[in-house]
Design a protein around this ligand. Structure first.
Ligand SMILES: [Zn+2]
Ligand SMILES: [Zn+2]
Length: 405
């Protein structure tokens, strides 16, 4: 942290921000504790709602590669009867080191089929680990000005990082912030941003070019006036070399950087100090490959932000209303009304039924509370502009025991 950020009045966060990743990979941030804790969707989880054709092709080609690589195993397995234990999760109890009689055999047709079909999960987690190791090394460099000891397989990425640093004349002081949790309470999301970097037009030719592009001025003017820009930078590791297809950036990566740019506050890592997010001039991706680094400015304007919020709201709808939207229980058949005694009818005026706020709101709240996710504002409030407690969300006033999830 340099003066640029610490100058801003700091405040103590209500309590440490926690991160929770569910079994299904969905992640949210927890601010505060107990029943009042605020749950904010992670930026990357929300963007996950965007369909990525590339991922499907990648997963399929990994399976095809594995089939060829394991050809003898596949041939042997094709003649072996299914053990019937393929999908047992007994290892969750006894660990992967030991085996029990309920363990998957690993050799039968069904077991090998599952192994091949799941290559992308294994590959994804391996790359995530690599990505994290690279990020940790970069953060260490930004804080200490030197590199920590790193594993052999991530050294090429670090070399590419250092080449990027040199080309743009960066020093650890250029990193105004690194690995901070950004929070946007108003929109109900949070995320961990890699860093904010200050680029100085006088530091190098590449930096002068970058500053001029961001500020839409000439290189000569940027250098003459000693202009700087502060950019949100997100590092992306890619295993593949540059090749014919070029660096391959994806539109949703711009949404991610935009979301980080628009957080209201940031919490400095390892502390409970929350400060206002400093203003930035733009956003940039830096792809780190074993064969080099490719920086790319991304558009983080109002339109990108609106697109991110649309994705966030779509994601929320799936979580909060998706199941109910196609559930037979969303349309319960009303029963004929029993004739009420005069005394009871007076206690329950007809108007209650027409608006039904008292009944539908708590029911919905209970359903939401049962899930692990309860964002600051619901889709109904945000998209439909309806204040809480006035909406029968599923087209019918569901009783608690009628809620399908
Ligand atoms: Zn077992
Ligand atoms: Zn088996």
């Amino acid at each position: 942290m340099t003066a640029a950020v610490t100058d801003i009045a700091t405040r103590r966060a209500p309590s440490v921000i926690g991160q929770i990743t569910q079994d299904d990979g969905q992640r949210f941030y927890l601010i505060g504790s107990g029943d009042d804790a605020l749950r904010l969707w992670s930026v990357t989880t929300a963007i996950g709602v965007v369909f990525k054709e590339g991922l499907v092709r990648w997963a399929a080609s990994l399976a095809a590669d594995a089939a060829f690589a394991e050809l003898p195993t596949v041939v042997a397995a094709s003649r072996r009867k299914a053990c019937g234990n393929t999908y047992n999760r007994c290892y969750e109890k006894h660990g992967r080191q030991t085996r029990c009689e309920r363990c998957a055999c690993g050799d039968c047709k069904e077991c090998v089929r599952k192994f091949i079909a799941n290559r992308h999960y294994a590959e994804k987690s391996r790359r995530a680990d690599e990505g994290k190791a690279v990020h940790d090394a970069i953060e260490w460099w930004a804080l200490h000005g030197q590199l920590p000891a790193v594993d052999e397989q991530i050294r090429p990425y670090i070399r590419s990082f250092l080449a990027f640093v040199k080309e743009y004349g960066l020093t650890p002081d250029s990193f105004l912030m690194s690995e901070a949790v950004g929070v946007n309470r108003a929109e109900g999301y949070a995320g961990t941003l890699d860093c904010v970097i200050r680029f100085d037009a006088r530091a190098s030719d590449a930096a002068a070019d970058l500053v001029a592009r961001v500020l839409a001025i000439t290189v000569e003017q940027a250098v003459a006036e000693g202009r700087t820009v502060d950019l949100i930078v997100d590092f992306k590791t890619r295993e593949k070399e540059l090749g014919d297809r070029g660096p391959e950036f994806w539109a949703e990566q711009a949404l991610q950087v935009t979301a980080y740019r628009r957080v209201e506050t940031v919490q400095i890592k390892g502390t409970d100090v929350e400060v206002p997010m400093p203003a930035t001039d733009g956003g940039m991706l830096v792809q780190l490959r074993p064969d080099g680094a490719t920086p790319r400015l991304v558009v983080t304007d109002d339109l990108s932000y609106a697109a991110f919020l649309a994705a966030l709201n779509l994601y929320r709808w799936f979580v909060d209303f998706g199941t109910a939207a196609v559930s037979v229980r969303s349309f319960p058949l009303p029963k004929p009304e029993k004739k009420a005694t005069p005394g009871k009818a007076a206690a329950k005026p007809a108007a209650t039924k027409a608006t039904a706020p008292a009944k539908s709101a708590p029911a919905k709240k209970t359903a939401a509370a049962r899930r692990t996710t309860a964002p600051a504002r619901t889709v109904a409030e945000r998209v439909l502009g309806t204040p809480p407690g006035t909406l029968a969300t599923s087209g019918a006033g569901l009783r608690d025991d009628e809620i399908p999830f």
